[in-house]
Ligand binder design. Structure first.
Ligand code: ADP
Ligand code: MG
Length: 247
């Protein structure tokens, strides 16, 4: 039979186990996101969400389990190859403070995509335009608000033309009034068909934007499903307790 039996363009973690020393942090995690969909991951601090993202883009190798892109295992490939295909946005924006905004975005285009200077700059400006910050191209990150800095970090990731975007609590370090703009940009990306895995404390985003919600606690997936099911009809005490704490 043909490959068409299997949905393609998906990213999947299967049976992932990982320990840091005697700390068994991921205990058989399955997570799958279909092409063009957004999977959100929620759960208490320390449950292994960030570690899972790091395993899924191979910053850390799992002790057991597999990572599949388009249905094919990527664990035997060069990890740099997968990381180029996955854009990552963190809670701390990690911009270079001494470079301008446009240099922050064009840097990886020159280093990794090996674009000539002029082309890197014009692609970077186009990405900045998409996140509404072209007018800040020649500013330093320190002169931008946290929300603007995070949008630069998103532009920097998008400039690499990733197939999948990971967000790890991208709005957690922002002042409350700046959260909205970043979430709106993430929602636009999701609606535009980007494949995304979003670790978030923003339950509104998780419910309204993501296609699936996965609740993790202590290294296991406790529940996963459509947003209505996870938020309106939690099946476990653990998820009910978590939701009543955060909502
Ligand atoms: P979350 O993102 O859900 O808050 P993390 O994935 O950051 O959870 O952490 C899960 C567990 O793994 C925690 O117990 C944390 O202390 C541990 N951990 C995370 N990263 C490391 C590391 N690099 N070395 C040792 N332990 C780690
Ligand atoms: Mg985390």
């Amino acid at each position: 039979m043909s490959e068409s039996h299997f949905a393609s363009g998906s990213l999947e973690a299967k049976g992932i186990h990982l320990s840091f020393g005697s700390n068994h942090v991921l205990r058989g995690i399955d997570l799958r996101v279909e092409k063009g969909r957004t999977a959100s991951v929620i759960g208490p601090s320390g449950s292994g969400k960030s570690t899972l993202l790091r395993v899924m883009n191979r910053l850390i190798e799992p002790d057991e389990g597999d990572i599949l892109l388009d249905g094919n295992s990527v664990l035997r490939e060069n990890p740099d190859e997968l990381r180029r295909r996955i854009g990552m946005v963190f809670q701390q924006f990690n911009l270079f403070p001494h470079k301008t905004v446009v240099e922050n975005v064009s840097f990886a285009l020159r280093k990794l995509r090996k674009l000539p200077k002029d082309q890197a700059r014009s692609e970077a400006l186009a990405q900045l335009d998409l996140v509404g910050l072209k007018h800040k191209a020649d500013a330093r990150p320190g002169n931008l608000s946290g929300g603007q800095q995070q949008r630069v970090a998103i532009a920097r990731a998008l400039a690499m033309k990733p197939e999948v975007m990971f967000f790890d609590e991208a709005t957690s370090a922002l002042d409350p009034e700046l959260v909205k703009g970043v979430l709106a940009l993430m929602a636009d990306l999701a609606k535009g068909g980007m494949t995304m895995v979003v670790v978030t404390h923003e339950m509104g985003f998780s419910r309204n934007v993501s296609d699936t919600v996965t609740f993790m606690d202590r290294g296991v997936v406790v529940e996963t499903g459509a947003p209505e099911q996870v938020f309106d009809s939690p099946r476990t005490d653990r998820l009910q307790r978590f939701l009543s704490d955060v909502l």
